[in-house]
Design a protein around this ligand. Sequence first.
Ligand SMILES: C[S@@+](CC[C@H](N)C(=O)[O-])C[C@H]1O[C@@H](n2cnc3c(N)ncnc32)[C@H](O)[C@@H]1O
Length: 366
Amino acid sequence: MTVQASGVIPILQKKIQQSIADDISYAEFIETALYDPVRGYYRRKSDKIGSSGDFYTSSSVHPVFAWVFADYFYDYLTRCNAPYMICELGGGSGSFAKEVLSHLKLKHPEFYNELHYLYVDVSEDHLAKAQDQLASFQCVSFYQSTDKLKSAQGTINGVVFSNELLDAMPVHVVEKREGVINEVRVSIKSTEKLEEVIVHKVQPEIEEWLNWSGLNIQEGNRIEVPLKMNEWVDEMSALIESGLLVTVDYGYSNAEWQEPSHRKGSLRGYHNHQLIENPLLNPGQMDLTTHIHIDSLLKKGKEVGFTTISCTRQRDFLLEHGLFNFLYEHQNPDPFSKESRLNRAIRSFATPGGISDSFHVIVQEC
Ligand SMILES: C[S@@+](CC[C@H](N)C(=O)[O-])C[C@H]1O[C@@H](n2cnc3c(N)ncnc32)[C@H](O)[C@@H]1O
Protein backbone atom coordinates (compact mmCIF):
# COMPACT_ATOMS: atom_id res chain seq x y z
CA MET A 1 0.00 0.00 0.00
CA THR A 2 1.42 3.36 -0.95
CA VAL A 3 0.13 6.46 0.72
CA GLN A 4 0.00 9.88 -0.85
CA ALA A 5 2.80 12.23 0.22
CA SER A 6 0.27 14.85 1.25
CA GLY A 7 -2.48 14.99 3.89
CA VAL A 8 -0.99 14.51 7.35
CA ILE A 9 2.13 12.68 6.13
CA PRO A 10 4.44 15.65 6.95
CA ILE A 11 3.02 15.64 10.50
CA LEU A 12 3.78 11.93 10.83
CA GLN A 13 7.29 12.55 9.46
CA LYS A 14 7.80 15.15 12.17
CA LYS A 15 6.66 12.62 14.77
CA ILE A 16 9.32 10.20 13.50
CA GLN A 17 12.02 12.87 13.73
CA GLN A 18 10.94 13.93 17.22
CA SER A 19 10.26 10.56 18.70
CA ILE A 20 12.21 7.42 19.33
CA ALA A 21 9.02 5.38 18.92
CA ASP A 22 8.51 3.41 15.72
CA ASP A 23 4.78 3.18 16.10
CA ILE A 24 1.82 5.12 17.43
CA SER A 25 -1.53 3.93 18.72
CA TYR A 26 -4.47 3.98 16.34
CA ALA A 27 -5.98 6.66 18.61
CA GLU A 28 -2.96 8.89 18.04
CA PHE A 29 -3.06 8.18 14.31
CA ILE A 30 -6.79 9.06 14.09
CA GLU A 31 -6.27 12.19 16.22
CA THR A 32 -3.60 13.35 13.76
CA ALA A 33 -5.45 12.29 10.60
CA LEU A 34 -8.75 13.93 11.63
CA TYR A 35 -7.84 16.72 14.01
CA ASP A 36 -4.31 17.96 13.35
CA PRO A 37 -4.91 21.73 13.60
CA VAL A 38 -3.49 22.42 10.15
CA ARG A 39 -3.78 19.30 8.04
CA GLY A 40 -6.35 17.13 9.84
CA TYR A 41 -9.34 16.08 7.74
CA TYR A 42 -11.91 17.96 9.86
CA ARG A 43 -9.73 21.04 10.36
CA ARG A 44 -8.96 21.62 6.68
CA LYS A 45 -11.17 23.76 4.49
CA SER A 46 -13.15 21.36 2.28
CA ASP A 47 -16.62 19.99 1.72
CA LYS A 48 -16.96 16.97 3.93
CA ILE A 49 -20.68 16.40 4.50
CA GLY A 50 -23.35 16.07 1.79
CA SER A 51 -23.31 15.38 -1.93
CA SER A 52 -20.14 17.37 -2.64
CA GLY A 53 -18.33 15.83 0.34
CA ASP A 54 -17.37 12.35 1.50
CA PHE A 55 -20.40 11.21 3.51
CA TYR A 56 -24.02 12.01 4.36
CA THR A 57 -25.44 12.42 7.83
CA SER A 58 -29.14 12.33 8.69
CA SER A 59 -29.02 16.12 9.18
CA SER A 60 -27.76 16.53 5.62
CA VAL A 61 -30.33 14.17 4.09
CA HIS A 62 -33.49 16.15 4.82
CA PRO A 63 -34.62 18.85 7.32
CA VAL A 64 -37.40 16.58 8.60
CA PHE A 65 -34.82 14.83 10.79
CA ALA A 66 -34.15 18.11 12.64
CA TRP A 67 -37.85 19.06 12.75
CA VAL A 68 -38.71 15.93 14.75
CA PHE A 69 -35.94 16.71 17.24
CA ALA A 70 -37.00 20.37 17.42
CA ASP A 71 -40.49 19.30 18.58
CA TYR A 72 -38.94 16.83 21.02
CA PHE A 73 -36.67 19.53 22.54
CA TYR A 74 -39.63 21.93 22.74
CA ASP A 75 -41.80 19.34 24.55
CA TYR A 76 -39.05 18.55 27.03
CA LEU A 77 -37.97 22.10 27.79
CA THR A 78 -41.49 23.48 28.20
CA ARG A 79 -42.63 20.45 30.25
CA CYS A 80 -39.66 20.65 32.61
CA ASN A 81 -39.91 24.33 33.11
CA ALA A 82 -36.17 24.38 32.37
CA PRO A 83 -34.39 27.35 30.80
CA TYR A 84 -34.75 27.20 27.04
CA MET A 85 -31.23 26.10 26.24
CA ILE A 86 -30.12 23.70 23.51
CA CYS A 87 -26.47 22.86 23.11
CA GLU A 88 -25.28 21.03 20.00
CA LEU A 89 -21.88 19.34 20.06
CA GLY A 90 -20.01 18.49 16.86
CA GLY A 91 -22.67 20.28 14.86
CA GLY A 92 -20.71 20.18 11.59
CA SER A 93 -21.66 22.80 9.04
CA GLY A 94 -24.84 23.84 10.85
CA SER A 95 -27.62 22.11 8.88
CA PHE A 96 -29.28 20.55 11.93
CA ALA A 97 -29.19 23.81 13.94
CA LYS A 98 -30.56 25.78 11.02
CA GLU A 99 -33.58 23.51 10.63
CA VAL A 100 -34.23 23.22 14.39
CA LEU A 101 -34.17 27.01 14.75
CA SER A 102 -36.26 27.68 11.62
CA HIS A 103 -38.87 25.17 12.77
CA LEU A 104 -39.07 26.54 16.33
CA LYS A 105 -39.19 30.14 15.12
CA LEU A 106 -42.13 29.31 12.86
CA LYS A 107 -44.04 26.95 15.11
CA HIS A 108 -43.30 28.26 18.61
CA PRO A 109 -42.24 31.92 18.28
CA GLU A 110 -42.62 32.67 22.00
CA PHE A 111 -40.41 29.75 22.90
CA TYR A 112 -37.94 30.72 20.17
CA ASN A 113 -37.68 34.27 21.55
CA GLU A 114 -36.38 32.91 24.84
CA LEU A 115 -34.16 30.22 23.35
CA HIS A 116 -30.37 30.18 23.61
CA TYR A 117 -28.61 27.78 21.18
CA LEU A 118 -25.01 26.88 21.99
CA TYR A 119 -23.04 25.54 19.07
CA VAL A 120 -19.76 23.64 19.45
CA ASP A 121 -17.47 22.23 16.81
CA VAL A 122 -13.73 21.66 16.96
CA SER A 123 -13.33 22.30 13.22
CA GLU A 124 -12.64 25.93 12.26
CA ASP A 125 -13.95 25.10 8.79
CA HIS A 126 -17.26 23.76 10.12
CA LEU A 127 -17.57 26.62 12.61
CA ALA A 128 -17.15 29.16 9.81
CA LYS A 129 -19.75 27.36 7.66
CA ALA A 130 -22.15 27.16 10.60
CA GLN A 131 -21.68 30.85 11.44
CA ASP A 132 -22.53 31.61 7.85
CA GLN A 133 -25.63 29.39 7.76
CA LEU A 134 -26.88 30.60 11.13
CA ALA A 135 -26.10 34.31 10.74
CA SER A 136 -29.76 35.31 10.87
CA PHE A 137 -30.41 33.57 14.22
CA GLN A 138 -29.40 35.97 16.99
CA CYS A 139 -29.76 33.34 19.72
CA VAL A 140 -26.74 31.23 18.69
CA SER A 141 -23.34 31.36 20.41
CA PHE A 142 -20.39 29.53 18.84
CA TYR A 143 -17.53 27.70 20.58
CA GLN A 144 -14.67 25.55 19.41
CA SER A 145 -14.65 23.29 22.47
CA THR A 146 -16.82 22.35 25.42
CA ASP A 147 -14.12 23.82 27.69
CA LYS A 148 -14.55 27.21 26.02
CA LEU A 149 -18.32 26.84 26.20
CA LYS A 150 -18.13 26.02 29.90
CA SER A 151 -15.81 28.95 30.64
CA ALA A 152 -18.25 31.30 28.91
CA GLN A 153 -21.60 29.85 29.98
CA GLY A 154 -20.91 27.79 33.10
CA THR A 155 -22.80 24.54 33.47
CA ILE A 156 -25.83 23.74 31.35
CA ASN A 157 -29.44 23.32 32.28
CA GLY A 158 -31.25 22.14 29.17
CA VAL A 159 -30.64 19.76 26.29
CA VAL A 160 -27.24 18.68 24.99
CA PHE A 161 -27.50 17.03 21.58
CA SER A 162 -25.04 15.40 19.19
CA ASN A 163 -25.43 13.56 15.91
CA GLU A 164 -22.50 11.45 14.76
CA LEU A 165 -20.02 13.05 17.13
CA LEU A 166 -18.90 9.93 19.01
CA ASP A 167 -18.30 7.93 15.82
CA ALA A 168 -15.68 10.52 14.83
CA MET A 169 -13.63 10.18 18.02
CA PRO A 170 -10.21 8.49 18.13
CA VAL A 171 -10.16 4.84 19.26
CA HIS A 172 -7.51 2.28 20.14
CA VAL A 173 -7.66 -1.06 18.34
CA VAL A 174 -7.06 -4.52 19.83
CA GLU A 175 -7.13 -8.03 18.44
CA LYS A 176 -7.17 -11.43 20.15
CA ARG A 177 -4.53 -13.86 18.91
CA GLU A 178 -3.70 -17.22 20.47
CA GLY A 179 -5.81 -16.35 23.48
CA VAL A 180 -4.00 -13.06 24.14
CA ILE A 181 -5.25 -9.49 23.59
CA ASN A 182 -2.77 -7.52 21.47
CA GLU A 183 -2.83 -3.85 20.58
CA VAL A 184 -2.91 -3.07 16.87
CA ARG A 185 -0.76 0.03 16.32
CA VAL A 186 0.44 2.00 13.32
CA SER A 187 4.07 1.74 12.30
CA ILE A 188 5.50 5.12 11.30
CA LYS A 189 8.96 3.80 10.43
CA SER A 190 8.18 4.73 6.86
CA THR A 191 5.56 7.26 5.92
CA GLU A 192 5.77 5.94 2.36
CA LYS A 193 4.06 2.80 3.53
CA LEU A 194 1.94 3.05 6.66
CA GLU A 195 1.44 -0.38 8.14
CA GLU A 196 -0.16 -1.98 11.14
CA VAL A 197 2.01 -3.55 13.78
CA ILE A 198 0.81 -5.97 16.44
CA VAL A 199 2.12 -5.24 19.93
CA HIS A 200 1.72 -8.01 22.48
CA LYS A 201 1.37 -5.80 25.51
CA VAL A 202 -1.67 -3.55 25.81
CA GLN A 203 -1.63 -0.34 27.83
CA PRO A 204 -3.19 -0.67 31.32
CA GLU A 205 -6.03 1.77 30.43
CA ILE A 206 -7.04 -0.46 27.52
CA GLU A 207 -6.94 -3.59 29.66
CA GLU A 208 -8.96 -1.81 32.32
CA TRP A 209 -11.56 -0.70 29.77
CA LEU A 210 -11.84 -4.22 28.31
CA ASN A 211 -12.47 -5.72 31.75
CA TRP A 212 -14.91 -2.94 32.63
CA SER A 213 -16.90 -3.11 29.38
CA GLY A 214 -17.94 -6.74 29.77
CA LEU A 215 -17.08 -7.42 26.12
CA ASN A 216 -16.20 -10.96 25.27
CA ILE A 217 -13.61 -10.92 22.48
CA GLN A 218 -13.46 -14.16 20.49
CA GLU A 219 -10.23 -15.62 19.11
CA GLY A 220 -9.15 -13.78 15.95
CA ASN A 221 -11.54 -10.89 16.54
CA ARG A 222 -10.60 -7.23 16.39
CA ILE A 223 -12.39 -4.41 18.17
CA GLU A 224 -12.08 -0.70 18.84
CA VAL A 225 -11.56 0.59 22.38
CA PRO A 226 -13.22 4.00 22.86
CA LEU A 227 -11.29 5.49 25.80
CA LYS A 228 -12.12 8.96 24.46
CA MET A 229 -15.85 8.23 24.63
CA ASN A 230 -15.59 7.51 28.36
CA GLU A 231 -13.64 10.75 28.86
CA TRP A 232 -16.38 12.55 26.94
CA VAL A 233 -19.09 11.14 29.24
CA ASP A 234 -17.09 12.45 32.23
CA GLU A 235 -16.92 15.82 30.48
CA MET A 236 -20.70 15.76 29.89
CA SER A 237 -21.42 14.99 33.51
CA ALA A 238 -19.33 18.03 34.50
CA LEU A 239 -21.01 20.19 31.84
CA ILE A 240 -24.68 19.34 32.42
CA GLU A 241 -26.11 20.47 35.73
CA SER A 242 -29.59 19.28 34.86
CA GLY A 243 -31.21 18.19 31.66
CA LEU A 244 -30.95 15.73 28.79
CA LEU A 245 -27.99 14.30 26.95
CA VAL A 246 -29.32 13.17 23.57
CA THR A 247 -26.83 11.17 21.51
CA VAL A 248 -27.55 9.94 18.00
CA ASP A 249 -25.08 7.56 16.39
CA TYR A 250 -24.53 4.19 14.79
CA GLY A 251 -23.33 1.53 17.16
CA TYR A 252 -23.61 -2.00 18.47
CA SER A 253 -24.46 -3.55 21.82
CA ASN A 254 -21.96 -6.01 23.35
CA ALA A 255 -24.10 -8.86 22.01
CA GLU A 256 -24.10 -7.39 18.50
CA TRP A 257 -20.30 -7.06 18.53
CA GLN A 258 -20.22 -10.88 18.84
CA GLU A 259 -21.89 -11.37 15.47
CA PRO A 260 -19.56 -12.89 12.85
CA SER A 261 -19.98 -9.90 10.51
CA HIS A 262 -18.43 -7.61 13.19
CA ARG A 263 -15.37 -9.75 13.95
CA LYS A 264 -13.00 -7.30 12.23
CA GLY A 265 -14.27 -4.28 14.17
CA SER A 266 -15.68 -1.24 12.43
CA LEU A 267 -12.90 1.28 11.82
CA ARG A 268 -13.13 2.46 8.23
CA GLY A 269 -12.75 5.47 5.99
CA TYR A 270 -15.08 7.38 3.68
CA HIS A 271 -13.85 9.21 0.65
CA ASN A 272 -16.15 10.54 -2.08
CA HIS A 273 -19.00 8.48 -0.61
CA GLN A 274 -17.02 5.27 -0.96
CA LEU A 275 -16.24 3.04 1.97
CA ILE A 276 -12.46 2.57 2.26
CA GLU A 277 -11.65 -0.56 4.26
CA ASN A 278 -8.02 0.37 4.96
CA PRO A 279 -8.04 3.25 7.49
CA LEU A 280 -4.35 3.97 6.80
CA LEU A 281 -4.98 5.11 3.27
CA ASN A 282 -5.14 8.84 2.45
CA PRO A 283 -4.34 10.03 6.00
CA GLY A 284 -5.89 13.44 6.52
CA GLN A 285 -7.79 13.24 3.28
CA MET A 286 -10.66 11.00 4.20
CA ASP A 287 -13.07 10.64 7.06
CA LEU A 288 -12.42 7.90 9.63
CA THR A 289 -15.26 6.47 11.67
CA THR A 290 -16.30 3.60 13.92
CA HIS A 291 -19.52 2.17 15.27
CA ILE A 292 -19.83 3.18 18.92
CA HIS A 293 -20.15 0.87 21.93
CA ILE A 294 -23.74 1.40 23.04
CA ASP A 295 -23.63 -0.68 26.25
CA SER A 296 -20.48 1.12 27.39
CA LEU A 297 -22.03 4.52 26.74
CA LEU A 298 -25.02 3.57 28.91
CA LYS A 299 -22.87 1.98 31.61
CA LYS A 300 -20.46 4.91 31.83
CA GLY A 301 -23.41 7.32 31.86
CA LYS A 302 -24.95 5.51 34.84
CA GLU A 303 -21.61 5.55 36.67
CA VAL A 304 -21.38 9.33 36.44
CA GLY A 305 -24.98 9.91 37.48
CA PHE A 306 -27.08 9.89 34.31
CA THR A 307 -30.34 7.94 34.18
CA THR A 308 -31.04 6.22 30.89
CA ILE A 309 -34.41 7.47 29.69
CA SER A 310 -34.38 5.54 26.43
CA CYS A 311 -32.10 3.80 24.00
CA THR A 312 -34.04 3.26 20.81
CA ARG A 313 -33.36 2.58 17.18
CA GLN A 314 -33.45 5.90 15.30
CA ARG A 315 -36.38 4.71 13.18
CA ASP A 316 -38.48 3.94 16.27
CA PHE A 317 -37.50 7.21 17.96
CA LEU A 318 -38.49 9.28 14.93
CA LEU A 319 -41.77 7.41 14.54
CA GLU A 320 -42.59 7.72 18.23
CA HIS A 321 -41.88 11.44 18.16
CA GLY A 322 -44.00 12.44 15.22
CA LEU A 323 -42.12 11.72 11.98
CA PHE A 324 -45.34 10.84 10.17
CA ASN A 325 -46.94 14.15 11.22
CA PHE A 326 -44.76 15.72 8.55
CA LEU A 327 -46.11 13.54 5.70
CA TYR A 328 -47.59 15.82 3.10
CA GLU A 329 -50.70 14.91 1.14
CA HIS A 330 -50.35 16.19 -2.38
CA GLN A 331 -51.17 15.46 -6.01
CA ASN A 332 -47.97 16.82 -7.51
CA PRO A 333 -46.71 14.11 -9.92
CA ASP A 334 -43.19 15.64 -10.05
CA PRO A 335 -40.92 13.22 -8.11
CA PHE A 336 -38.50 16.10 -7.42
CA SER A 337 -41.10 18.44 -5.98
CA LYS A 338 -40.57 19.65 -2.40
CA GLU A 339 -43.50 17.51 -1.24
CA SER A 340 -42.29 14.34 -2.99
CA ARG A 341 -38.77 14.77 -1.57
CA LEU A 342 -40.17 15.24 1.93
CA ASN A 343 -42.35 12.14 1.76
CA ARG A 344 -39.51 10.11 0.26
CA ALA A 345 -37.15 11.18 3.07
CA ILE A 346 -39.76 10.26 5.69
CA ARG A 347 -40.15 6.82 4.11
CA SER A 348 -36.40 6.36 4.07
CA PHE A 349 -36.06 7.37 7.75
CA ALA A 350 -38.91 5.01 8.68
CA THR A 351 -38.18 1.83 6.75
CA PRO A 352 -35.62 -0.93 7.29
CA GLY A 353 -32.82 -0.69 4.75
CA GLY A 354 -33.21 3.12 4.76
CA ILE A 355 -30.99 5.77 6.32
CA SER A 356 -31.95 5.00 9.93
CA ASP A 357 -30.28 1.57 9.82
CA SER A 358 -27.94 0.90 12.76
CA PHE A 359 -28.51 4.39 14.20
CA HIS A 360 -29.66 4.69 17.79
CA VAL A 361 -31.01 7.60 19.79
CA ILE A 362 -29.79 7.47 23.38
CA VAL A 363 -31.43 9.77 25.89
CA GLN A 364 -29.78 10.18 29.30
CA GLU A 365 -30.93 12.57 32.01
CA CYS A 366 -29.41 14.13 35.07
C1 LIG B 1 -19.36 13.14 11.45
S1 LIG B 1 -19.37 14.87 11.69
C2 LIG B 1 -21.08 15.14 12.10
C3 LIG B 1 -21.52 16.54 11.84
C4 LIG B 1 -22.97 16.88 12.17
N1 LIG B 1 -23.33 16.57 13.51
C5 LIG B 1 -23.94 16.21 11.22
O1 LIG B 1 -24.73 15.40 11.66
O2 LIG B 1 -23.92 16.53 10.02
C6 LIG B 1 -18.54 15.03 13.25
C7 LIG B 1 -18.34 16.47 13.69
O3 LIG B 1 -17.87 16.47 15.04
C8 LIG B 1 -16.83 17.44 15.15
N2 LIG B 1 -16.05 17.05 16.35
C9 LIG B 1 -15.28 15.96 16.52
N3 LIG B 1 -14.76 15.91 17.76
C10 LIG B 1 -15.25 16.99 18.41
C11 LIG B 1 -15.12 17.48 19.74
N4 LIG B 1 -14.40 16.84 20.65
N5 LIG B 1 -15.78 18.62 20.07
C12 LIG B 1 -16.55 19.27 19.15
N6 LIG B 1 -16.70 18.84 17.88
C13 LIG B 1 -16.08 17.72 17.52
C14 LIG B 1 -16.12 17.39 13.83
O4 LIG B 1 -15.35 18.54 13.58
C15 LIG B 1 -17.30 17.24 12.87
O5 LIG B 1 -17.82 18.48 12.50
